[in-house]
Structure formats: structure tokens, C-alpha cells
Design a protein around this ligand. Structure first.
Ligand code: NAD
Ligand code: TDX
Length: 332
């Protein structure tokens, strides 16, 4: 395996993965990315041109996908419409990219016999009650809540069907909430950090009791690489890092780390259908592939992320005003 085709490699997690691959392996990478509002070429700046090439295009473009799959030894599929709030205001792009785009990739890897890893989310499992001792496992039934998570669930099921019916050599991972550098300012943690950096107050949906299970994007990357290299074909692996936190305490931690009173935030309208809690049991990944997260101290990871946004204003400022204008329209 020498050359990887990485879809969505100009997005948050995809670009973190490309940086990780360049630092930790000898692979070459072809990035295929449509550069939607969420994609940013600057996220790949500084990477060696002899190992990373970039193609702007749509994963639903069968001809283009076929050409690129032919040139690759494996496909790592990150491209997606990824934001729940957007899926509530305009679901259509989620169907086009998450469903039709994944189908297009599957047809191409089927034709060429190419190894594929499909990157998905824990949101396909729905949510857990706050007092439920359970966490998601690979056996948890699918029960998605939003247009985003239902299209991700649909894409996972397509992958499973193409493995079983056509013998496609694919694996799937379902990861919990990521944080780290290069995350779009629409998402929870960067939105609050950049609000504070702009002199504005953080915005908490509802009462803030909702729990997310945080993992650093670099740990997600090492897990995906490990599954790509050593995972069993046809298997699903959950990825997490024992990072359960409620949203209120995350906002308070950001404010405290940035030298402000912990209660200097606003409560805003809640998200429709807001999932209460996600929690990942990654025993299978740990036991089968001996994978472990490196970022175990959330406050330290958060501080490094705050520092990154502080020193990379050029990267995020162009998207900030438009993002906040959309939220303002929703009372958020
Ligand atoms: P993102 O929105 O930051 O990036 C998505 C990238 O895909 C962008 O660069 C965008 O331009 C590109 N893209 C969108 N539509 C495309 C298309 N039709 N063709 C080609 N490129 C297209 O998303 P992210 O947060 O980096 O998520 C990446 C993947 O990881 C997604 O599949 C998502 O479901 C999954 N995931 C995300 C998280 C998280 O916490 N963010 C957690 C688990 C899984
Ligand atoms: O301003 C905000 N205030 C707030 O309280 C925003 C943007 C969010 N929230 C809440 C909603 C969620 O409970 O914070 C939590 C995290 O929100 P998001 O960053 O929008 O993430 P989430 O909806 O949990 O989904 C994320 O993790 C799973 C990614 O966006 C998905 O792509 C991934 O599949």
C-alpha cells in the first residue's frame, strides 16, 4: 500500500489525517475534496508536494472518482456534509454527498478491487440517557436522529452491503466527537474559542447538560491508520478516548483557560431533536489492534487547541462572520 486517496482531506479530520500520514508513514496521498464551505486548502499548507497532491472535485462524480481510484492503492473516505445544524436547515446536500457520494466510491472500489476505509460517526447509534450505564458498542442497533446522522447511517449500511454482496474490501469506523486544529468555526469548541477571541460570549444550546465523548483529532487519525493497516475486512471498529463531558463544563473550561469568569456565556435556543449523550466503548479496537489514545488530558488538549486558534486567526477569521450570521438567524 503506497498511495492513499483521501476524500475530504481539506476538511477538519481529513486534513489532520493527511498531516498524520505524512509525519508517521511513507505513503503518498491524493486528496479529493470539493472545497465546500467546510473545506480549506490552507489546512494542507506546508506538506511536501512530492507526497501530497490535491484534486478539487465531487465524490459523486463517477468519472473523476474512477480515475483517482485507479491511481490509488487504498481509499480513506472522510468527505461528508458533517454539521447537524446545517442538516436541519437544508438536508439535500447531505443526501447527495453522504449517500450518493459514498455509493459512487463503492462502485469504483468494487470495479477496481481497491481497499477502502469508511469513516463514520457514533451518531448513527442515536443517543443515550444521562443515567444509562451503557456505552455504544459495535453491536448497538442503528437509531439515528438527524438528517446528518441518518445519511451517515445510510452510508454505513451501503458499505456493509457492498462488502457482503460484492466482496468489497472495506472496513468502517464510528468515532466520537473530535476536537483539535483546523476545525470549522461552526462546531462547538472552535465556535466558543473564537467567540472569546473576538470579544463575544460563548453560546450554549439549551441547559448544556448534553454529553459528548471528546477525542483529539490526532488520536482519531492514528486509529484510522491502524484499522486501515491491520483491521479485519468487513469489520466495524468504534473509536473513542473515554472523554465524556457535558457541554456546560466544556464552555466553563474554555472560559477559565482563556482567563474569563466561568459563567460568562449565554444560553441560546436548543437544537431540534438534540441528542442527549454519546459514549463510546472502544474495547474491540484496543484488544484487537492494541490501539490507545495519546491525548488523555482533555484540559491540556483544549489548551493546545485554544493556542492554535489564537495563533491562526488568518485560517478561521474569513469564515467567522458568515457562520455567526447563520446562527443569529436561528436564535443561536
Ligand atoms: P468537515 O465538514 O470539516 O470536512 C468535510 C470535507 O469534505 C470538507 O473539506 C468538504 O469540502 C469535503 N466535501 C464535502 N462534500 C464533498 C463532496 N461531495 N465531494 C468531495 N468533498 C466533499 O467534516 P469533519 O468534521 O472533518 O468530518 C470528516 C468525516 O468524519 C465525516 O465523514 C464525518 O461524518 C466523520 N466524523 C466526524 C466527527 C467530528 O467530530 N467532526 C466525528 C466522527 C466522525
Ligand atoms: O454553539 C453551539 N453551542 C452548543 O451548545 C454549538 C455549535 C453546539 N452546541 C452543542 C450541541 C452539541 O451537544 O455542543 C455539542 C457539540 O455540537 P457540534 O460541534 O455541532 O457537534 P455534534 O452535533 O455533537 O456532532 C459532531 O460530532 C459527531 C460533529 O459535528 C459530527 O460531524 C460528528 O459526527
Amino acid at each position: 500500500m503506497a498511495r492513499l486517496l483521501v476524500t475530504g482531506g481539506a476538511g477538519f479530520i481529513g486534513s489532520n489525517f493527511v498531516h498524520h500520514v505524512i509525519e508517521h508513514t511513507a505513503y503518498e496521498v491524493i486528496v479529493l475534496d470539493k472545497l465546500t464551505y467546510a473545506g480549506n486548502r490552507a489546512s494542507l499548507a506546508g506538506l511536501p508536494e512530492e507526497r501530497v497532491s490535491f484534486v478539487q472535485g465531487d465524490i459523486a462524480d463517477g468519472g473523476l472518482v474512477d480515475d483517482l481510484v485507479t491511481a490509488a492503492d487504498a481509499v480513506v473516505h472522510y468527505a461528508a456534509e458533517s454539521h447537524n445544524d446545517n442538516s436541519l436547515s437544508d438536508p439535500q446536500p447531505f443526501l447527495n454527498t453522504n449517500i450518493i457520494g459514498t455509493f459512487t466510491l463503492l462502485e469504483s472500489v468494487r470495479k477496481h478491487g481497491t481497499r477502502m476505509h469508511h469513516v463514520s460517526t457514533d451518531e448513527v447509534y442515536g443517543d443515550l440517557a444521562l443515567d444509562d450505564p451503557a456505552r455504544f458498542t459495535e453491536e448497538t442497533p442503528y437509531n439515528p436522529s438527524s438528517p446528518y446522522s441518518s445519511t451517515k447511517a445510510g452510508s454505513d449500511l451501503l458499505v456493509r452491503a457492498w462488502v457482503r454482496s460484492f466482496g468489497v474490501a472495506a472496513t468502517i469506523s464510528n468515532c466520537s466527537n473530535n476536537y483539535g486544529p483546523y476545525q470549522h468555526v461552526e462546531k462547538f469548541i472552535p465556535r466558543q474559542i473564537t467567540n472569546v477571541l473576538r470579544g463575544h460570549r460563548p453560546k450554549l444550546y439549551g441547559d448544556g447538560r448534553n454529553v459528548r465523548d471528546w477525542i483529539h483529532a490526532d488520536d482519531h487519525s492514528s486509529a484510522v491508520l491502524s484499522i486501515l493497516e491491520n483491521g479485519r475486512i468487513g469489520e466495524t471498529y468504534l473509536i473513542g478516548a473515554d472523554g465524556e463531558r457535558d457541554n456546560k463544563s466544556v464552555v466553563e473550561a474554555i472560559l477559565t483557560l482563556m482567563g474569563l469568569p466561568a459563567d460568562a456565556y449565554d444560553h441560546v435556543n436548543d437544537r431540534a431533536g438534540h441528542d442527549m449523550r454519546y459514549a463510546i466503548d472502544y474495547t474491540k479496537l484496543r484488544n484487537e489492534l492494541n490501539w490507545h489514545p495519546l491525548y488523555r488530558d482533555f484540559e491540556r488538549g483544549l489548551q493546545a487547541t485554544i493556542d492554535w486558534y489564537r495563533t491562526n486567526e488568518d485560517w478561521w477569521l474569513p469564515a467567522k462572520a458568515a457562520t455567526e450570521a447563520l446562527y443569529a438567524r436561528a436564535g443561536q
